[in-house]
Design a protein around this ligand. Structure first.
Ligand code: N01
Length: 557
């Protein structure tokens, strides 16, 4: 939630004192506000958007919806009342519905009185002597806080590709991750879409229905499985509500000790125990079922065993051949990476969209973009005239939003300096030389590969316990040791190295951003991660160093 214009706060302006500042009022920031305020802390959240919701405000492109575990699992779990009163209508909630839900949560828990919207944090620096962060905002406020909570979003720094001539394009140029406030019409337009990740694959079928012509510029073909979104039956919602405690406990259940990958145990069966016919029957059944069941209901070796994964990839390529009528187009759509090592995608008619007369696919691997002109995209093979360009080119993921904030820690060290060659942190939550700064869904957490609202709740609870520990013991500053950071990095990398993930270029590895250091940025432990951070706290915050409080807090505890 930062931008780069000059801070508007002038020297001498009054500084307000709070216990905690939260940057971001999306899913994580809203919950952090609720939780920390409930502990009696004075807290304020800042967000650059005109409303709460973070990613659910910015990603308002056509077709945007939860492409993960079905409703009501994509929602907060901390309040059974909230679960009982919010009527999700579909299994995979649409972006407008998720945004309405988050607006409801903001009202229901009276969060808005402590959120300043359309307010960018432009500067955040740590004052070692005072053990406090000073934050300056685009609206001219200067706030001092003991704790800085960065809920800046894992996928919130849009990646605008550096295509020669892109700024010369005279038509509209939109990014799926920063969609305009005003309604967008594609009617009668020749539209170009660059990017075929989750966002592009959700948007392309919708744009194709409206546009005069759609040209899709594809760099890497993708596997996608039918979303099979449908209305949520009242009895399904009732079953969750009536058994809420068990459902919630199930969401947090620790993985079995023999899980091949704690994050993804699949159906618990081994592909090696079944015949080729049985395996094909399972893939077929999972395809029919759609949803992320294709991952979670698959064999336990899916993401760790090359041979099993290759068979699944071949099955999915067979589906593309069945659906796409033109064999040449079908060949261009064939992915060849390990299935699931890029974020698994769910779609509503994506491959079939290429059967439409008004859709063209350009394979950038054989026909790369040379330049953009005022009127279109010129590839090696020729000019593609377009009136509108949609960039579905993703994000500088996970570490990108922290780098955009670029806080200054001890001695004025900038995060960009500290993370120049790779990100360093401990538990994905704290950074040495940046005391009292906590990240939610930071690099090295399960973040994007876990239930994000639940993950935010659990990480916030850990942060809150750490804050209470400090208050109880008269401590004023906490940060991890360099050794703890190094061993955390080794731990995250070691888990990833047991899987097929690092063998594919993806935003998990940083490979989508030219020049970004390659480092696996997700803790693949799933629920095991939360056991791990609990152990650290139980062992007296192993790997952290604390300083006694100075100033007003000295002697407390
Ligand atoms: O971004 P992406 P996304 N020239 O990085 C291509 C979440 N999400 O916004 O694969 C040409 O996946 C790039 O090509 P390549 C979800 O976690 C959630 O689609 O790098 N092409 C790729 O095809 C998801 O994973 C929901 O070779 C270029 C595409 O652009 C994450 O957000 C919905 C290029 C980017 O795909 C990001 O998804 C949507 C260039 N210079 C997204 N640069 C939910 O519903 C990039 N590309 C919850």
């Amino acid at each position: 939630m930062t931008n780069t214009t000059t801070p508007s706060v002038q020297p001498g302006d009054a500084t307000e004192h709070l216990d905690a500042v939260i940057i971001g009022a999306g899913v994580s920031g809203m919950y952090a506000l609720h939780h920390l305020r409930g502990m009696g802390l004075s807290v304020r959240a800042y967000d650059g958007a005109p409303t709460v919701g973070g990613t659910w405000w910015y990603n308002r492109y056509p077709g945007a919806r939860v492409d993960g575990p079905s409703a009501p699992l994509y929602g907060y779990t901390f309040s059974a009342e909230l679960v009982k009163e919010w009527d999700w209508t579909e299994t995979q909630s649409s972006q407008p519905e998720v945004l309405s839900y988050l607006e409801h949560v903001a009202d229901r828990f009276d969060l808005r009185r402590d959120i300043e919207l359309e307010t960018w944090v432009q500067d955040a620096r740590y004052d070692e002597a005072a053990q406090r962060w000073t934050v300056e905002t685009s609206t001219g406020r200067r706030v001092s806080a003991e704790f800085l909570i960065c809920a800046v979003g894992a996928l919130s720094a849009p990646n605008k590709p550096d295509i020669p001539g892109i700024d010369d394009f005279a038509g509209e140029c939109l990014h799926t991750g920063d969609w305009p406030r005003e309604p967008v019409s594609f009617a009668g337009k020749r539209v170009g879409v660059i990017g075929t990740g989750s966002s592009g694959i959700q948007a392309i079928p919708e744009i194709a229905k409206q546009a005069e012509h759609l040209t899709v510029f594809q760099r890497t073909p993708q596997y996608t499985v039918p979303a099979r979104n449908r209305p949520l039956a009242p009895e399904e919602l009732a079953a969750v509500r009536d058994n809420w405690e068990q459902v919630r406990a199930g969401m947090m259940a620790p993985p079995p000790p023999d899980a091949a990958l704690p994050m993804m145990q699949g159906n618990g069966r081994s592909a090696y125990d079944e015949t080729p016919e049985q395996r094909q029957a399972l893939y077929e059944a999972l395809w029919e079922q759609g949803t992320l069941a294709f991952v979670y209901g698959n064999y336990k070796e899916l993401l760790v065993d090359e041979e099993v994964n290759r068979e699944v990839g071949a099955f999915l390529r067979g589906k593309i051949r069945e659906i796409v009528r033109d064999p040449e187009t079908a060949e261009k759509l064939m992915p060849d990476h390990f299935y699931g090592t890029k974020r698994p995608i769910l779609d509503d008619g994506y491959y079939a969209t290429y059967n439409r007369d008004n859709v063209t696919l350009v394979d950038l691997r054989e026909d790369p973009i040379e330049v953009m002109t005022a009127t279109g995209v010129r590839t090696a093979a020729g000019e593609h005239a377009i009136d509108m360009l949609v960039l579905a080119t993703g994000f500088d993921a996970i570490s990108g939003s922290m780098l955009r904030l670029d806080p200054r820690g001890r001695g004025g060290i900038r995060l960009k300096q500290k993370w120049e060659s790779q990100f360093h942190n401990y538990l994905g939550m704290m950074i040495s030389e940046f005391p009292n700064l906590f990240m939610i869904h930071g690099p090295g957490t399960p973040g994007v590969l876990y239930l994000m609202p639940l993950g935010a709740e659990l990480e916030t609870a850990w942060i809150a316990d750490c804050v209470s520990h400090m208050r109880d013991h008269g401590l004023g500053a906490v940060e991890p040791t360099h050794d703890a950071e190094r061993s955390w990095d080794r731990e995250v990398t070691a888990i990833a190295d047991k899987t097929l993930f690092p063998r594919t270029d993806s935003w998990y590895t940083g490979a989508n951003i030219p020049g970004k250091p390659r480092q696996f940025s997700v803790h693949l432990g799933g629920p095991a991660y939360f056991q791990r951070i609990a152990e650290v706290a139980e062992k007296g915050y192993d790997g952290f160093v604390f300083e006694p409080a100075v100033g007003e807090r000295a002697g407390e505890g």
